[in-house]
Each structure stands twice: as structure tokens, then as C-alpha cells.
Design a protein around this ligand. Structure first.
Ligand code: SAH
Length: 219
């Protein structure tokens, strides 16, 4: 029996989930199922497809990157999604994390600074049949006031601080996950809003590209 490309990528995905995701302690079954399902190779250019299930980020244009699979899983698990949430994502990039959120939450609102990146991501997500995503071009550090409040917020770029508008736009008991630090290294921070106040804890050290905007880094 012939083995086609679909099988090759499915097997690569199963290996990725075993060796990079489960082996490192990700337990949320809904996150695991999403990572098994979403065809990560379609979110990178053709020349990089064979590397797309590797344990590293890859370039996606405009000097930006698609995050390492484990980091996508870790951040999604930290949001504690049950499938009923409205989630805000800052940094659409390739749209891969967006797809994982579309699989695990009710609705995803995603903001990207570069129109060229979001156009590409939008097409990939549309071709895959996702219908529970709203897109916006702009400065994500300001959040998305008209669509707020959100049950969960994920920032997939490094920030010197947690942007205050994002804390404001988070629901009571809502979760936010964001890499906080300087441009070379950051701590992945998880915050939960209780009684209007954000309570934070550190997850693990990470390295992301810069969040550039009003409450992020300057250009
Ligand atoms: N989740 C994406 C990660 C992309 S990298 C993926 O896995 O493909 C981070 C993204 O944040 C980049 O696309 C970058 O252009 C975007 N970004 C940087 N600053 C931003 C801002 N202020 N608002 C929205 N997006 C921003």
C-alpha cells in the first residue's frame, strides 16, 4: 500500500505530540487532540514543510516566527479552555496558534500588526474550514475594546509589561498568558483576574519576538 504525504504528516504529528508535548508534561486532553488534528505544515511555506513538526520555531516572513509546538501547547493549556470561551489572541502570525484556539475555545478574536501575515493566515484558516475566528489588523497592546470582555487572552510576542488594556478587557476569573521581559529573554507569565485584580505566577523562561506597540516595545 502506498504511503502518501497526508500519512507522512500525520505520523510526524503523532511523534511530535508524544515526544515534545506529552513527554514534557502537557496533560489537557483537548489541547493534545487539537495538536494531533491541526496540520502545522500548512502554516509554513512549502520549502519548510518537512521541518514543521520539529522542536523549534520557524520563520514566517516579516522577521517573525511560528512558535515551537511545545510552547503553543503550554500556553494553550494554561488558558484552561473548556470550549465555551471567547479568547483574544495578540499576534496572529502564521495562524497556527489561532487554529489550536479555534479547536479548543468557542470563538477566537485575533489581532496582528502586519497585514501581509494576517492575510496569509486568514487564507490558511479559511481553507481549513474554521468559521469561529474574527480578524483585526492593528496594535494588539490596546486589546479589542468592542469585543471585550474576554474569558482568556494570549499574547504570542514578548512584552516589557502586561499591557493594562488587556487586564481591563479580561473577565472576572479570566486567564491571560504572556511572555514578559526584555527583548532577549522573558518569563512566561500566567495571570488570573480575581475581584478585579490580576494574580500572576511564572511558568517558564521563553524567548519570543517583540510585541511592538503602545504598551509593548517601541519600534
Ligand atoms: N502565534 C504566532 C506567533 C507569531 S510571532 C504563530 O505561532 O505563528 C508574534 C506575532 O506578533 C508576529 O506576527 C508579530 O507581527 C505580531 N505582533 C507584534 N507586535 C504586535 C502588536 N502590537 N499587535 C499585534 N501583533 C503584533
Amino acid at each position: 500500500m502506498a504511503i502518501n504525504n497526508q500519512d507522512v504528516y500525520r505520523i510526524a504529528r503523532e511523534r511530535m505530540v508524544e515526544s515534545q508535548i506529552k513527554a514534557r508534561g502537557i496533560k489537557d486532553e483537548r489541547v493534545i487532540q487539537a495538536m494531533l488534528k491541526v496540520p502545522r505544515h500548512l502554516f509554513v511555506e512549502e520549502a519548510l514543510r518537512d521541518q514543521s513538526y520539529g522542536d523549534f520555531p520557524l520563520p514566517i516572513g516579516e522577521k517573525q516566527t511560528i512558535s515551537q509546538p511545545y510552547i503553543v501547547a503550554l500556553m494553550t493549556e494554561a488558558l484552561e479552555l473548556k470550549g465555551t470561551e471567547r479568547v483574544l489572541e495578540i499576534g496572529t502570525g502564521s495562524g497556527y496558534q489561532t487554529a489550536i484556539l479555534a479547536e479548543t475555545a468557542l470563538w477566537v478574536y485575533t489581532i496582528e500588526k502586519y497585514p501581509s501575515l494576517q492575510e496569509k493566515a486568514k487564507k490558511t484558516l479559511f481553507d481549513l474550514g474554521y468559521k469561529n475566528i474574527s480578524f483585526k489588523i492593528g496594535d494588539g497592546t490596546l486589546g479589542w475594546q468592542e469585543a471585550s470582555p474576554f474569558d482568556a487572552i494570549i499574547v504570542t510576542a514578548a512584552s516589557p509589561q502586561i499591557p493594562p488594556p488587556l487586564i481591563e478587557q479580561l473577565n472576572e476569573s479570566g486567564r491571560i498568558v504572556i511572555p514578559v521581559g526584555d527583548e532577549f529573554s522573558q518569563m512566561l507569565v500566567k495571570g488570573i483576574k480575581k475581584g478585579g485584580v490580576l494574580h500572576t505566577k511564572n511558568l517558564e523562561p521563553v524567548r519570543f519576538v517583540k510585541l511592538v506597540g503602545t504598551y509593548g516595545f517601541k519600534e
